[in-house]
Write a new protein. Structure first.
Length: 455
């Protein structure tokens, strides 16, 4: 039988290192392409348990490449016959130049004449994708609602100590403490009865197998064995066992009310942007928070509370009364989710083409008077590419709901990535404008801007 042995087995770790490097490449690809990944329409239309395909550059190891041969078949000499490490090269020589226009890999609508980079597609679970994309994000302004906080199972714990149990649950420390206390108490009684040394009293107890009277007789009759180690005797009455119990933790209640405009003015592109934003918001909440209710409201001229599947997949048509969604949210808060007991977050997405914007503003004002944790209004504005929008000619930029909101309240706004993000920190009121799918991720970061603990 042949036995292979060598001092360095580091090659056996190569597979593990390559796997770690591959995982780092995937993480890097997700972070670099997060805007494209998060706006992938196929993700929203798939069922649960879905995987997401991420393009990752191929991984190659360094290697030597021999010369092609030519004049000198041995790989020596100049020209095409040069081999590895051969030829007229000198320090300072240019070994590569930028491609001229018309050469290289194809970009956009232009064709190229060079080989491209190798890519492969890897499947990533959507939960892992959420961990990478939304790290350090969370719901802002979470408060501890003591009145309606309730205990939620969080695992198992060993806290109760009993005198009966099974050996696998023996509490060694408590058992030894009980044995030491009992041995010390018995040793003092032997000392008082015989006036002997403490160690001799312990030796007598060991010799008498814990019987006090016999230990006293051993001392008085000079039958003590001095070679005995005065160790601690453990009796059945000293045994202590851990009692397993279900652990609970106190958690505050939280509800997120997701509202979406499904009226006739919401074209296919607008509905896609709207559903993309709310889809990722819902997936994030389910992944990060253990105890959160999510209510879905869809509206045209009237609002309805619907289930999740209907919310993301069913379309409607009709006019637009944005205030109907806000009114339904107020009803839910007053009847099911009082702010004294619940952390309430309202997220509304619409194209802003409201038939009665002033009335909607009044309803939003009523909603804010209930001191909810956050109100976020996100307006879909595709008018820059509006040739496909049959309603765009009816509404100017100044006639949308977001204009009426800004006329009513003052916001701190910033322009980033070709769109606008606004906050009113006093009212916990956020607004944003979504013009294209690349804005979905920045808007999500705008909404989930602070992680202040789990609920």
């Amino acid at each position: 039988m042949t036995i292979i042995d060598h001092d360095d087995w580091s090659l056996s770790e190569r597979g593990k290192k390559d796997a770690e490097r591959h995982r780092e490449k995937i993480d890097d690809a997700i972070r670099k392409n997060v805007k494209d990944v998060i706006s992938e329409e196929s993700i929203i239309t798939k069922k649960r348990g879905r995987k997401v395909r991420i393009p990752v550059k191929g991984l190659k190891d360094y290697r030597f490449v021999n010369g092609k041969g030519g004049k000198g078949k041995s790989g020596e000499g100049e020209g095409e016959g040069q081999g590895a490490g051969q030829g007229p090269g000198k320090p300072g020589d240019v070994i590569g130049r930028q491609k001229k226009e018309g050469q290289g890999q194809g970009q956009g609508d232009k064709a190229g004449d060079q080989l491209g980079e190798d890519y492969m597609e890897t499947e990533v679970d959507i939960d892992y994708l959420i961990e990478i994309m939304f790290e350090d994000l969370g719901l802002p302004w979470i408060e501890e609602k003591i009145k309606a906080s309730h205990f939620v199972p969080s695992g198992w714990k060993f806290e109760t100590i009993t005198k009966k149990g099974i050996l696998p649950r023996v509490h060694k420390k408590r058992t030894m403490m009980e044995a030491i206390k009992r041995n010390e108490l018995f040793a003092r009684e032997v000392e008082e009865a015989t006036k002997c040394e403490h160690d001799d009293a312990l030796r007598a107890l060991v010799q008498a197998f814990g019987d006090i009277n016999e230990a006293i007789d051993i001392i008085k009759n000079n039958k003590l064995d001095k070679d005995i180690d005065p160790y601690v005797l453990i009796e059945d009455e000293d045994m202590r066992y851990k009692q397993i119990e279900e652990a609970y933790e106190l958690q505050s209640n939280c509800v997120v009310i997701a509202m979406m405009d499904t009226s006739g003015s919401m074209t296919t592109d607008k509905k896609y942007l709207c559903r993309s934003l709310l889809f990722w918001l819902v997936e994030f909440l389910k992944k990060v928070y253990d105890n959160v209710d999510i209510k879905f409201i869809a509206h045209t001229t009237e609002a309805k509370v619907v289930d999740e599947d209907t919310f993301f997949h069913k379309g409607e048509s009709g006019g637009t009364y944005c205030w109907s969604a806000i009114d339904k949210a107020i009803y839910l808060i007053d009847t099911e989710y009082p702010v004294e007991e619940w952390n309430v977050y309202c997220v509304y997405v619409s194209d802003g083409e409201d038939f009665e914007p002033d009335k909607t503003v009044r309803y939003i004002e009523e909603l804010l008077k209930r001191n909810i944790n956050m109100m976020s209004y996100n307006e879909i504005d595709t008018r820059d590419a509006a040739s496909s929008d049959p309603y765009s000619f009816m509404w100017g930029q100044s006639n949308t709901l977001i204009k009426a909101i800004k006329d009513k309240w003052r916001f701190n706004c910033k322009q980033e990535e070709g769109t606008e993000f606004c906050k009113n920190m006093d009212l916990h009121f956020l607004t944003s404008i979504i013009k294209k799918k690349e804005h979905i991720y920045p808007v999500l970061k705008h909404i989930l801007f602070s992680k202040e603990g789990k609920i």
